[in-house]
Design a protein around this ligand. Sequence first.
Ligand code: GLU
Length: 294
Amino acid sequence: MYVGRFAPSPTGPLHFGSLVTAVASYCEAKSNQGRWLVRMEDLDKPREMAGAADNILQTLVAFGFQWDDDVIYQSQRTHAYQLAFEQLQNLGLIYPCNCSRKEIADSATHGIEGLVYPGTCRHGIREARTQQAWRIKTTDKLISFNDTIQGDQSQQLNRDIGDFVLKRADGLFAYQLAVVVDDASQNITHIVRGADLLNSTPRQIYLQQLLGFKQLSYAHIPLAVKANGEKLSKQNLAQPIDKANAPQQIFDALVFLGQNPPPSISQRPLIQIWDWAISNWQLSKINRSISINI
Ligand code: GLU
């Protein structure tokens, strides 16, 4: 059974980039007779915008998305993350780290996604400080996967990423841990999401392996970027999508996703657009690039 999901972070209202992700994951799940779940990734309370979670769900309803189970809220799942964290701790892979940003910057090398933590605290923290994060040890084992859209990918985590944080100094569990625990507990089989998370995937596969979870199928869709290359994100206040004109915007998302919808459907009732979108959906038509200018 195919189980897909859409996992927005409530840092702002949905924008065109997140609509594209929702449409792609929905059409891919529904055209595979699968289930489609919504998970609210509201773990990072400091970055949350008040009212955004409800606003996102209302927008999804207004656009005619139908999810197949209750919405899960990460803010209510700390216990599950704690259990997984303890499981990794029992494997001897977790250590506290109280390096400051400056200390890391002074001795780190550059990896795929910024600085590679130099492992300073692996053998014990140097001096007691109140705030400490918890990192997981990475290894030189190559982690590879075939992304359905972006093709073969591999990373050597200790060289490309470094020991990464699972629990932040402010006590919050990190996205990388939460997403792996939730995808497993919701029995997700297929992930369709934005290519900004392509580089996170080997970290997630590593955690799946250590926690004894199944590896999932991944498809990372191109990001919608502004002509100046900037990613559309809720943080840079990309225009929220307009609930009043859902058919046109689903149409635009289908165009972005390479599906060539006939122009006539852009003014049809939602039910007809979804019917067209799901019955004509082909993931293979999506452009195999990391980003597309809009
Ligand atoms: N919550 C993440 C975001 O909104 C998506 C996480 C995921 O799909 O794994 O960017």
